[in-house]
Ligand binder design. Structure first.
Ligand SMILES: [Zn+2]
Length: 339
């Protein structure tokens, strides 16, 4: 029997109870501030000041369960693809516990390339999770004799259920792979490092959404007591490579494959995508290690982060999932072609 989790009235409040939060004078201070600052527009905290634990609890108390990790993720993977097994690599202990799971071949082979596929580091980015599941169910078995595939469809189940970029401590897991700040990142990192493998490729599945500008960047500015520029959300798919190891041909192979499934994001008038200069069609680079991004998790020579745009009028959910699968398959094929 499926565990029912759809309950919009359910409210998380780990740190303090709401009565304490709303009787605090912080809210009165908020009202007295002028509302010109972006950080103030978010409605929690004081402009120019970082959030306190109380502000984080106030934010957390507003987060509700909007969809079911159990129904939309775990149940789809009850029947594990032939030749694969499920490995529980950790537990998140919040208001309720989440089992974290990796899927890997029953028999890995040391002579084959090791390939990592991660989704849902940002839990709200639906096609990252559903694309990884679709790949696992429909494509992964084809590579059993060619590669050791490690697929982790949903790194941040709490974020998936509450449609959040952050975890309950208001920490971004995809900025926390260089530290121990987020449990989601810490547990994944411990698992990956515990295997002591030489990795050949890692693809991390993400989305860039309209809510990045309407919700998550204003929340970030408020949390840090600073300003974060809003940028134009590009209409289309793009990838993020590593400034320190761009791998132009690898990124191009992904873009060319995804272009057959969905449209690629154009650069803006400054030749940028989300503020970063493009290096070729649909490709920008970030400094993965300094930013603590998930794509810095391994020592793999081939690394890419996908960014699907699910709010485009030209796409639907299935097209977004197909774009993620096309990206995964092309990245694997590129590496297998080299090996
Ligand atoms: Zn993301």
């Amino acid at each position: 029997m499926a565990e029912k989790l759809h309950n919009d009235s359910f409210v998380y409040s780990t740190f303090a109870n709401k009565n304490v939060i709303f009787s605090n004078s912080t809210n009165i201070q908020i009202i007295k501030q002028n509302f010109m600052s972006q950080s103030n527009l978010y409605g929690i905290g004081t402009p120019g000041e970082k959030w306190s634990a109380l502000h984080i609890s106030q934010w957390l108390s507003q987060q509700t369960v909007k969809r079911s990790f159990n129904e939309e993720v775990e149940e789809k993977l009850i029947t594990i693809p032939k030749g694969f097994k499920k490995y529980p690599y950790g537990q998140l202990k919040y208001e309720r516990e989440f089992q974290l799971a990796a899927f890997l071949p029953e028999h890995t082979k040391p002579e084959l390339p090791n390939i990592l596929i991660t989704g849902g580091v940002h839990g709200y980015e639906t096609s990252g999770v559903q694309g990884a599941i679709k790949f696992l169910l429909e494509e992964a078995s084809k590579y059993l004799e060619k590669a050791n595939l490690y697929v982790i469809p949903c790194v941040s189940p709490w974020g998936y259920e509450t449609i959040n970029r952050w975890n309950p401590q208001a920490i971004d897991p995809n900025r926390s792979f260089g530290n121990e700040a987020a449990q989601e990142s810490k547990l994944l990192k411990q698992y990956i490092h515990s295997m002591q493998l030489e990795w050949d490729m890692h693809i991390d599945l993400h989305e860039t959404t309209d809510t990045d500008n309407s919700e998550f960047r204003p929340a970030l500015a408020a949390r840090d007591g600073t300003e974060h520029p809003l940028w134009e959300i590009p209409d289309g798919f793009y990838v993020v490579g590593d400034t320190a190891n761009p791998q132009h041909d690898f990124q191009k192979a992904i873009i060319d494959a995804v272009a057959k499934v969905t449209h690629i994001a154009p650069a803006d008038e400054n030749n940028c995508i989300i503020g970063a200069p493009i290096t070729q069609r649909g490709v920008i680079n970030y400094e993965l290690v300094p930013l603590g991004l998930c794509a810095s998790l391994t020592n793999a020579p081939y690394v890419s982060t996908t960014e699907v745009y699910p709010d485009s009028p030209k796409v639907d959910d299935e097209n977004c999932n197909e774009a993620q699968v096309a990206a995964i398959v092309s990245a694997i094929e590129f590496v297998l072609g080299i090996k």
